[in-house]
Design a binder for this molecule. Structure first.
Ligand code: ATP
Ligand code: MG
Length: 300
């Protein structure tokens, strides 16, 4: 029907660790979504975009089966699903559209705290509980270690204590969950972040135009996050030194200061975080009225 040609359909996680950041990215990009979380399908109020809210496990398949145009999902789930679909003889084509700046985590092997650890070969013949059997098997195969996987889609971290497995292979962010379950992280086998993926088929031109615009907005939001606008008054004689310590800065604007021949105002966009140490160095070089302000939006 007509809406399929015109409205960009995006699958996102309904509720979980990617949801808040995904919705914030949409909001910061000017995509207004009606807020009823219970509905599977939501429409953007101001753009031809439909949002499908699903379990994250379903997102790669929805893209690969061409049911949606885009999906936002963790690389861990994307790769695991791809390997499973390959085995099942299902189609696995997709495009990575954009890496996103959230959802960072790692897939790690953990063993009971009191156990010694020499390397993956310690797991020869052992039982390992995981939600990601294919990612784990790939690494173990390369290491030449035989093991048995115990598939658990939740509560993986209690498996050793419950006597279900000797070790686990699970997602870790801070490591606090492992520690509180008497486990220690011994080997990272995969690092992951959230990605925007798209179906590997050309979109209708009208939809492609929307897609291109949204990609630019997403990039703009992400680069604005760390960027700062830095302003200061500085001695002309120290400009070279000052420019040298400004982090990730482009060419600054130098503005004459009325009634001052040896000092100028300097304005610059820094694409990196600005630390106190940098400000202290600037001050030591004679800069005054140093201001660092956040940037809300950035384009081009
Ligand atoms: P769903 O109900 O949608 O299937 P889930 O329980 O499978 O949700 P979540 O725990 O919400 O999944 O995690 C979703 C994704 O968020 C993970 O696959 C991973 O890519 C990412 N992630 C980011 N930080 C973490 C973390 N600290 N622990 C686990 N996953 C994380
Ligand atoms: Mg899931």
């Amino acid at each position: 029907n007509g809406s399929e040609k015109k409205r960009l359909r995006i699958a996102i996680q309904k509720s979980g660790r990617l949801t808040d950041e995904t919705l914030k990215l949409f909001k910061d990009s000017g995509i207004k979504i009606s807020s009823n979380r219970d509905h599977l399908l939501a429409h953007a109020e101001n753009l031809p975009i439909d949002i499908l809210r699903v379990r994250d496990d379903d997102i790669p398949g929805l893209v690969m089966d061409h049911v949606v145009d885009w999906g936002i999902v963790g690389q861990n789930v994307l790769e695991e699903t791809t390997m499973q679909r390959d085995l099942d003889g299902m189609y696995t084509g997709f495009n990575e559209v954009l890496k996103l700046n959230f959802g960072d985590c790692r897939l790690s092997v953990a063993v009971p705290m009191e156990e010694e650890w020499h390397g993956l070969s310690d797991l020869e013949g052992k039982k390992i509980a995981t939600t990601y059997p294919h990612l784990l098997r790939r690494v173990m195969k390369n290491a030449g270690v035989n093991f048995r996987s115990v598939l658990l889609t939740g509560s993986v971290e209690v498996a050793p204590r419950a006597g279900l497995a000797d070790a686990i292979c699970d997602l870790v962010c801070t490591g606090a969950t492992l520690q509180s379950n008497g486990l220690k992280e011994v080997e990272t086998i995969y690092t992951s972040k959230a990605v925007l993926i798209g179906r590997d088929q050309p979109l209708f031109p009208e939809k492609q135009a929307i897609a291109d615009m949204i990609i630019e907005r997403f990039k703009g939001v992400m680069s604005a996050v760390e960027s700062r606008y830095i302003m200061m008054n500085a001695p002309k004689a120290k400009l070279e030194q000052i420019r040298a310590i400004l982090p990730g800065a482009e060419n600054p604007s130098i503005i004459e200061l009325e009634g001052s021949s040896d000092r100028v105002a300097l304005h610059v966009v820094s694409r990196e975080k600005v630390f106190w140490e940098t400000l202290e160095q600037l001050k030591a070089l004679g800069a005054t009225s140093i201001l660092v302000v956040p940037i809300e939006k950035m384009l081009g």
